[in-house]
Design a protein around this ligand. Structure first.
Ligand code: 6R9
Length: 604
């Protein structure tokens, strides 16, 4: 759908905000000093100086009506306000196709799709997977699923059949929304292995497409769907979003978020992204990852902001042209993307105006100081890094617009979030001493559980009184947090979280593989790449061809993004006496680091 019309939005201006920064150096730390107004009460609120979460609740309709639903707050309330003709979504496809949707149109379409979902028998509490590229139907589905009180489970389009099967079976999902291509690659091979799957909703199917049993056409259903829909009113603690994410052991786990998370989504987007009503906001993350959901769907719309979704491939030219075409003002992206832009060079920057940009933020992995300095040179803006994770639901530590930015630091805790660095027993460590980065439970968008796995949930609270992030960090004397690394084996590659166990399990299914150990190997562009160490079964010879074959095998089974880029064959792998492969030893050997305590190492 393409819509036009007056959005009623005041004109955009950078005002006195451009160039309102300067770089100084103190004890080898570069600090970007910021001047000028911002949209954040951090000055008032920092140090918990009067900030209470309860005050944020006043900004929602449910605070006055008692009727709760995150989709109502994100879309419907704007659709009956002055924002009704404001653009909610500017969509640009891979071939420069484009469309825009106002809040009123998003309400209408998600109401209709909510009726379609109900017609199939979907109901409150159902787990509905959305396995789509970044097409408008993804965003309409998210809202419609929330509107019927069901659980929106986004699945990254790069996943393939076994990853899809394991995630759906873990929570006995009833339904999946997809496209013909993705169905063929990710669902058809395992359909018979997911007994709970009742309905496959197929978007953008070509004419003549043959629908199998339980398969429905999104377009055909939408054509006749009633326009009126009564939102299912929920409790603040009812689940509404589930992200499958990877840990260090076992398969991917379902992180449960509830409607109450909207409080965190809303206020962190407003203060960390410094969002205002005249902004055009672009979060480059895919909703298959938490950033693309909390900050690429819910957070901006809870603020009534216009957001851009670009579904095309990455290139410096295509990204910069999106910024110019939509006059993007606030841009939330990631270190790997920024490093790729830096690599693409300064000349390409010169071909675009980029004048609309007033604020850039980054998340997912450490941001190199070099990239920040480069950003100041070519974009005329510093890049503000922030920190959080799937389980926290929203930003918990950030370089706020209003604070002096310490280059290389993750920033300071969000008001109302208590962060600390502690030892394994929970003793708070003094500034400068690295330890476990922990958070005091109680911020509104913290996960409420792991689907079907209370034991896993408990592990996050292994240090009494704290939520344990699994990251190590240190604090400086000004209250800024500095990232050190993961304390477990979780791999961040291109900012995406990959569990080594899942990759190892896929590798073991290859007929030539006897043993597999997977680590993240530091990489200047991708942060880390996935490296697999493999011991072959007798009768198999290691060769370049076999490496390629094994990589392709994992790509086709598990994911197009979580396959080993590097493979090394070894006669055998280091194991504990109980037979567990010691990734820690593989990593130390790879990086030439001390091997540490090898007391449990089996003789090879
Ligand atoms: C939002 C997101 C979480 C893990 C987290 C940490 C790493 C995130 C970071 C960062 C260094 C930052 N991480 N932000 N590391 N500096 N600013 O990324 O969620 O995919 O669950 O990953 O990402 O290791 O624990 P998720």
């Amino acid at each position: 759908m393409t819509s036009t019309g007056n959005h009623g939005i005041p004109s955009m201006s950078k005002g006195n905000l451009g160039k309102s920064w300067q770089l100084r150096t103190e004890n080898n730390i570069e600090i970007v000093e910021k001047f000028g107004a911002c949209n954040c009460d951090y000055h008032k609120a920092c140090g918990n100086n009067g900030f209470v979460w309860d005050e944020v609740k006043r900004d929602f309709d449910w605070h006055h009506t008692g009727r709760v639903n995150i989709a109502h707050e994100a879309i419907d309330r704007h659709a009956v306000s002055w924002r009704k003709n404001k653009v909610a979504l500017y969509w640009e496809g891979p071939n420069k196709e484009h469309a825009k949707y106002t809040f009123a149109e998003m309400k209408l379409l998600s109401d209709k799709f909510a009726n379609v979902l109900k017609k199939t028998g979907a109901k409150k509490g159902d787990r509905i997977f959305v396995y789509l590229p970044r097409i408008p139907e993804l965003y309409i589905s998210a809202m419609a699923i929330a509107k019927i009180g069901a659980i929106f489970a986004p699945l990254f389009g790069g996943f393939r059949a076994e990853a899809v099967r394991d995630r759906m079976n873990d929570c006995s999902a009833e339904m999946i929304v997809t496209t013909p291509d993705m169905k063929r690659l990710g669902i058809d091979p395992i359909r018979h292995e997911v007994p709970s799957l009742r309905t496959i909703m197929i978007c953008q199917a070509p004419e003549g497409f043959k629908y199998g049993e339980g398969e429905l056409s999104y377009d055909a259903e939408m054509m006749y769907a009633p326009e009126e829909h009564e939102t299912e009113w929920c409790h603040l603690e009812d689940p509404v979003i589930m992200h499958y994410t990877s840990g260090t052991t076992g398969k991917s786990k379902g992180v449960i978020h509830v409607h109450n998370a909207m409080i965190g989504h809303y206020i962190t987007t407003k203060w960390v992204q410094d969002l205002r009503d005249d902004d055009v906001y672009w979060c480059t993350a895919d909703p298959g990852w938490v950033t693309g959901t909390s900050y690429g769907i819910f957070g901006p719309w809870l603020n009534g902001a216009s957001q851009v979704v670009y579904a095309g491939r990455f290139s410096a030219d295509s990204w910069y042209s999106v910024v110019d075409k939509y006059k993007v003002t606030v841009w939330y992206t990631a270190p790997t993307a920024l490093r790729m832009l830096m690599k693409a060079g300064d000349d390409v920057v010169g071909r675009y105006s980029l004048k609309s940009l007033r604020y850039i933020t980054s998340v997912g992995e450490p941001l190199n100081p070099e990239v920040i300095r480069w950003g100041m040179k070519v974009y005329d803006l510093p890049i503000h890094e922030n920190y959080w994770m799937t389980e926290t639901g929203c930003n918990v530590v950030a370089n706020f617009y209003s604070l002096p930015l310490k280059v290389g630091s993750m920033g300071k805790p969000f008001p109302g979030v208590q962060a600390a660095v502690v030892d394994d027993k929970g003793n708070i460590l003094p500034p400068g001493v690295p330890g476990n980065l922990v958070l005091k439970p109680g911020w509104p968008s913290m996960m409420r559980g792991i689907w079907n796995n209370p034991e896993k949930y408990k592990e996050y609270f292994r240090i009494p009184g704290w939520y344990v992030t699994g990251d190590s960090a240190y604090l400086d004397t000004d209250g800024y947090f500095w990232f050190m690394g993961r304390v477990d084996d979780v791999i961040k590659t291109s900012g995406e979280r990959v569990g080594p166990f899942e990759v190892e399990s896929a590798l073991l299914e290859h007929p030539a593989v006897a043993e597999a150990g997977v680590i993240g190997k530091p990489d200047p562009l991708y942060g880390n790449i996935i490296k697999a160490f493999i011991a072959l079964k007798p009768g198999h010879e290691g060769s370049e061809e076999l490496k390629r074959e094994i990589s392709d095998f994992v790509k086709a089974k598990l994911a197009a993004h979580a396959f080993p880029k590097e493979i090394e064959f070894r006669p055998s792998l280091p194991k504990t006496r109980s037979g567990k492969i010691m990734r820690r030893v593989l990593k130390a050997q790879e990086l030439g680091l001390p091997l540490g305590d090898l007391a449990t190492l089996d003789d090879e």
